[in-house]
Write a protein that binds this ligand. Structure first.
Ligand code: CTP
Length: 417
């Protein structure tokens, strides 16, 4: 169902607001000795840029790949290396275990994972790990055969069983020259996982579907009809719900930028409104948030090939698309949240859509004009609840508006639950 040839641009800027939920949080970054250690420096930079305080702990082998000074320069904090050299700073493993709110082991080598799994404590990093009682995340990185080894698999299983959040490695070209599984996860993925581990968790156990962006209705092989919705609001809602602990499935229009791969968040694209209806119909959820702007009309005839400029003007006849919210059979215990894209009379029209589409909550936003919601960084929402209550959110950055909208969703009890 993915749109062929549509490769949305991935931009770190897109994840800046979700990552800012890490602002002020205290993170220990444990780096063990593999080639991917240099990427831990990039991760440290991203975490610091997000406003977190970061203290790096390097194993002796990690320090062969990248120096403590690199981390000290990036984090502005002392980096810990050796148990036996008294640091000029007053840090030892127990004090660090008290200070840190979460521990990220990235990269976690096969050897370090084995030490974690078996509770070995023979250097600063492993001693600190054993003394630490908060959430632990580990991002493995190693040669694919080492990753597939029975011993490594058993260690990973044991760690997962103990509640360690494992951030899966990726498949690609490895430092040893082979292609396989074992590349360190992206820094964005690791940082977002840390933000989720430290998040409020008030959506844990919930399963959300969030739609995002404009669909495309093909006219010929080259041309399509679409609208200006960027999908930003839907993606921010998806990321905010995920950061609050939900399992999230995103159903996006073809031009929406895919989020980094995250455990518990899936991202699928649908080309047309009918594709999006088919996609959402097949998903299971307790809450549906329709933030997408599916095209209401499509060219009645889909022309094969390219319509050429000729002597006569081509005629474009339109056909009506299904309304996704109206086409989905209502299931008891589920929440249905819609948007209303309006130019005027926002609250009144949102009330009409809530009634006509049998919704629990509608978020109206203004479209068109210089301060329109589509493709803008900020949003202002007028909420209309099923019981007639109204509430106003913003204007504020879309991620903050999404966070507030989710707080409103959380206050709702599903009909018939
Ligand atoms: N929606 C839908 N299927 C469509 C069009 C819209 O499910 N074919 C959903 C949107 O995702 C949104 C809500 O319906 O949650 C309202 O969409 P909006 O564009 O504001 O209104 P429409 O229902 O399309 O009506 P109109 O364009 O006349 O305002």
């Amino acid at each position: 169902m993915s749109a062929p040839g549509s490769k949305p641009v991935k931009s770190a800027e897109n994840w800046a607001a979700p990552l800012e939920t890490l602002a002020g949080r205290r993170l220990a970054l444990v780096v063990s000795g593999g080639v991917a250690a240099y990427k831990a420096a990039e991760l440290a930079r991203l975490l610091v840029r997000s406003g977190a305080q970061v203290r790096a702990v390097l194993t002796a082998n990690a320090a062969r790949f990248v120096t403590p000074l690199t981390f000290e320069s990036l984090t502005g904090q002392p980096a810990c290396l050796d148990m036996w050299v008294r640091p000029q700073y007053d840090i030892e493993h127990i004090a660090l275990a008290d200070w840190a709110e979460a521990l990220i082991a990235a990269p976690a080598t096969a050897n370090f994972l084995a030490k974690m799994a078996h509770g070995l404590a023979d250097d600063f990093a492993s001693t600190f790990l054993l003394a630490f009682g908060g959430p632990v995340l580990a991002a493995p990185a190693m040669n694919s055969r080492m990753l597939a080894a029975q011993a490594t698999k058993a260690n990973l299983e044991s760690l997962a069983g103990r509640g360690v959040e494992l951030i899966a490695s990726r498949t690609g070209l490895l430092a040893c020259g082979t292609v396989g599984d074992g590349r360190l996860a992206d820094p964005e993925t690791i940082a977002l996982a840390a933000a989720r581990a430290l998040g409020p968790g008030d959506f844990s156990g919930r399963r959300l579907v969030v739609s995002a962006g404009s669909t495309r209705e093909p006219w010929d092989d080259i041309r399509f009809m679409a609208n200006r919705s960027s999908g930003r609001m839907g993606l921010d809602l998806a990321l905010a719900a995920w950061l609050r602990g939900a399992e999230v499935q995103v159903a996006a229009g073809p031009a929406v930028a895919a989020p980094p791969p995250l455990p518990g968040l899936t991202f699928q694209t649908a080309e047309s409104t009918r594709d999006m209806l088919e996609l959402i119909s097949a998903l299971d959820y307790d809450t549906l948030i329709m933030a997408a702007a599916p095209a209401d009309f499509r060219p009645a005839e889909r022309v094969v090939g390219k319509i050429k400029k000729g002597a006569s003007m081509p005629r474009l006849a339109l056909a009506a698309n299904p309304d996704i919210l109206n086409s989905l059979p209502r299931a008891g215990g589920r929440l249905y949240v819609g948007f209303a894209a309006e130019e005027a009379d926002l609250v009144e029209r949102a009330r009409g859509k809530l009634r006509d589409k049998d919704l629990d909550l509608v978020a109206a936003n203004r479209v068109g004009g210089p301060d329109g919601a589509f493709a803008s960084a900020e949003n202002r929402l007028w909420l209309v609840y099923r019981d007639g209550r109204t509430e106003e959110i913003g204007p504020r950055p879309k991620f903050a508006a999404a966070w507030s909208l989710l707080t409103a969703v959380k206050s709702l009890a599903p009909k018939g639950a």
